[in-house]
Design a protein around this ligand. Structure first.
Ligand SMILES: [Zn+2]
Length: 92
């Protein structure tokens, strides 16, 4: 028979990306297993949050990782990716 089960997966508190993209495993039986797997995949735990490697930066002042600034980085990333695509089209 087929039975519905409750599973858990780590999701980045900043970008919302699930950890499955890195580990290849979509879900775990307990929240703690999901958390451990994420940390083993290079994710960072800050306070009570979990962040993928793309969403943290090293803070030399505190000698620890911190989440990137949400608004500023999204704006910069969006602008850079658009500019890159447009440059690529011109060169082709
Ligand atoms: Zn992220």
């Amino acid at each position: 028979m087929i039975q519905k089960v409750e599973m858990y997966q780590a999701v980045c508190d900043r970008c919302g990306r699930p950890c499955a993209e890195i580990s290849g495993i979509v879900a775990w039986k307990t929240p703690e297993f999901a958390r451990i797997a994420a940390l083993e995949s290079g994710w960072i735990s800050i306070n009570s949050g979990l962040y993928c490697p793309d969403c943290v930066e090293y803070d030399e002042e505190t000698d620890s990782y911190k989440p990137k600034d949400k608004i500023r980085n999204e704006q910069i990333g969006h602008t850079e990716s658009l500019a890159g695509k447009e440059r690529g089209k011109v060169q082709e």
